[in-house]
Structure formats: structure tokens, C-alpha cells
Ligand binder design. Sequence first.
Ligand code: NAD
Length: 476
Amino acid sequence: MLDKRKFYINGAWVEPVEAHDLKVIDPSTEEACAVISNGTSKDVDRAVAAAKAAFEGWKHTDPQKRLTFVEKILSIYNRRRGEMAKAISTEMGAPIDMALEQQVGGGAFFIEGFIDSFKHFSFKTDLVKGHKDSALQYEPVGVVGLITPWNWPMNLINLKVIPALLAGCTMVLKPSEIAPLSGLLYADIIDEAGLPKGVFNLVNGDGAGVGTCLSGHPDIAMISFTGSTRVGKAISKNASDTLKHVDLELGGKGANLVFADAREDAIKWSVLACFNNSGQSCNAPTRMFVERSIYEKAKKIAKEVANNVKLAVASERGDHLGPVVSKAQFDKIQGLIQSGIDEGATLIAGGTGLANGFKRGYFVRPTVFADVKPDMKIFREEIFGPVLSMIPFDSEEEAIAMANDTDYGLTNYVQSGDKEKCHRVATALRSGMVEVNGKSLPKESFFGGVKYSGHAREGSIWGIKQFLDTKAISEW
Ligand code: NAD
């Protein structure tokens, strides 16, 4: 078992102030694969003090030099991508090839997006375009607390650490205590890049302890959080006494509108997109609305696709799904599948219980429900497992109304060969992002939602600006 008890504070690996062990469970085997420390307020105080002491120096470092550090981080990250894929695969169950291509690759994609946009960014610009007698100045917000989940660990850590560094902020990162190994390796990469001490600090621990200490800390100016809507609300409340900036990237319940004129493989694509990462993506297209004239055919395809999905332990090479992350998550998903059955949805693939052929590991059966109704739990709640809901519709208006009938608003999807219809529907959907005909967004875009999905905008120049205050100056 790996001993990963140390924290990274003030440019060094240090023992926690008090010893409190937390085990990291490999979801493919249900066995402990590492032990980390559950930090306390004393560790957080130490890390925040280091970040505070480093802030003025980092803020006044030439932006070009900060960019050079980030380019160095990217090159080390790319060199160590094999190690990183193994860490992610072990801690949260992503199949090793998928971890390398999508999980680690996604992190590099976002770093590149930040680098490209920062090259064209100026910290000082005209306040009124073309008027030189006033100015707009961007300034780093200060010491920031970064709290991340376990499902796409490197996307989410990079979406926070890199823009904070470029903006000139110093930071304390708390990765998910369920999947902390990738975060620890990331700290090692930062160490190798030789950043000035105190700029980046990492304290492990749970939400109730380290997370709450960060969100209430008087010396932290901003919390950037990705995780559940429930925790996003708790953080907002705890941060209110110190009037922090709070940026939230939260849950989702993506709608995917498939029209009869969609491309040939639209249904297959939609099912696999829902199941990717074992359904553990905030932007998963979990509610598939299908035009009535192709509904029966779509059900057949979805059933076949789901029944042919291969499941295997995360260390196995090739294309397959891994387990879900934890026993708690497995049990939650089982409860929601059972609720779909009890509430009268038609189960056409999968169902409750451990997937066939497994005696251990948190392997959920890839599940498809048809005839799902808006008042069912599986329509409304974020399941975070490989569970798809299919719902027929008769008109564009009806599909849009059902798609928008949710608390969430992260990513929605449209599949149709009619460009005008795609634009009309994309405009009518209430979400931060819409992906049309399976085309993902470019690296110049942002990641972010509306409503209970939170309102942050991460990625590219949008993400860098989140870590900057604006100052208007007259008589420049
Ligand atoms: P979670 O909310 O349980 O935990 C996320 C992080 O918050 C962890 O590091 C956890 O320790 C910490 N935390 C928990 N309680 C806290 C508290 N009271 N104060 C401060 N920190 C606390 O989420 P999870 O289960 O790790 O991740 C899954 C969730 O993340 C899903 O809801 C998913 O949709 C969401 N997510 C959103 C996005 C996005 O960009 N919108 C991306 C990925 C995941």
C-alpha cells in the first residue's frame, strides 16, 4: 500500500500537524491501495500562511515568466502522463487507456487552451475602447482555495490551478479525498517545475474538515469549487461571512434531443456518450428525448448498445467501462435504478445488482430505461452512473419544454440534420453549453452552466478572468 501521508506546503513535502489516516480504495478490487492524511485546520492555516507570504512576489512576477512556468508544467505533465494515467485509473476506476487518452489528455487540452489565450491577454487595457484617458486594470484576487471532485481529476485540477497561476494568485488545493493520488502526483510535477515556494500548496482531507476550513478562512479571497450542488450551497453559506468570491461548477442532468432527421449513428453515439467514464460526468447526456417516429428503432439500438458494452477492471487495456468510484456511489445508483423500476419506467437493458461475471469491484450494469416521465426520480436526479433515460416526444416545443424542466443547466445536446432547427433548439435550451451533432467545444471555449449547475466559466480566457479583479482608473 502506498504511503501518501505528506502534504505539499511552502515548496516542500511535509508531515501533517496531527496524524489522521484515510484509506484510498481501488474501486476495481475494493482493496485499499494507499493511505493519505486527513488534514486539520492547523494544516490549512500553515498552507494559507505560505500562500499569503508568496502572494505579493508572485503577483508582481512578470506575466511572461508565469507563462514560462506553466509551459514547463505542461511539458513535465506530458512526460509523466503514463504515471498520471495509472494514478487516476487506480484511484477512481477509469480504464487505463481511457485514463491516458481522455482523463490525462483532457488536462493537457485545458492547459494548452490557457497558454494560447494568455499569449493574447493584456493586464491593462482601455476602459472605453479607443479612449486613452482611462484604463481598465486586471489584478489577481489573492490567495485562492481550490476544491475538486474525483470524476475527472486532472481536467478539474488543471482548470483551476493553471488560470490561478497565470492570473498571479497563490493557492491551496484540496483534491477529492476519494481520488487524491493524481493530485499528489500533480504537486510533484509542480515541484519539478520549480515554482517559487508557497505559490502552490496542497492539503488533503475531507470536505467537513479541510474543505470547510478553506471556505471559511479569513485569508482566502476566493473559493473555486467543482462538485455536487449540495456541497456548492454549503460552501456558499460558509464563505458568506468573509464575503469571498465563490465560483461554482456543479451537477448536471443533460438533455439530448434526437430528431428523426439525425445522422445514422446518433442513437449509438448518444448511449455511449451517456455511459462514458461509467456515467460519472457532470455533462453526461443522461436524458435522451427521441422523436416519436424513430422511438421504437432507437430503443432497439440503445438496448443492443448497452448489452454489448464491455466491463473490466481498470487496469485492463482496451475499450471498456470500469467500475464506479465507491461503494457509496454504487449503492446510490442501485437505489435510483430500483426507483425507476418502482415508478414504472420500462427497463430495457441492465438493472440492479453487480454486473455479470464480477465478484468484487463496484461494477454497475449499463442500464437503459424507456418511457421515463418527468415526475420520476431518474428524470430529475443526477444519478452519476451508467444509467440512461429515454423519453419520446411529438414536437420540437414539447421536447424543449421537457428538456428545460430541470433544476440543472450544464450541457445539453441536439442531434438533427436540419441546421436551422439545431440553432433554434440550441437557443431555446437553458444551459451554459450546447453541443450539436456530437461536435465538442473547442479549447477557446469555456466550461460552465446556469441554474443549479453553478455559474462559473472555466477554461481559456474565461477561466483566467475568474481569478482576476477589475480596477477602473481615470486620468490614465
Ligand atoms: P462532492 O460535492 O461530494 O465533493 C467535491 C469536493 O468537495 C471534494 O473534494 C469534497 O471533499 C469537497 N467537500 C465536500 N463537502 C464539503 C464542504 N462542506 N465544504 C467544502 N468542501 C467540501 O462531489 P463529488 O462526489 O466529489 O463529485 C461529483 C459531483 O461533481 C457531481 O455532482 C458532478 O456533477 C460534479 N461535477 C461538476 C463539474 C462541472 O464542471 N460542473 C465537473 C465534474 C463534476
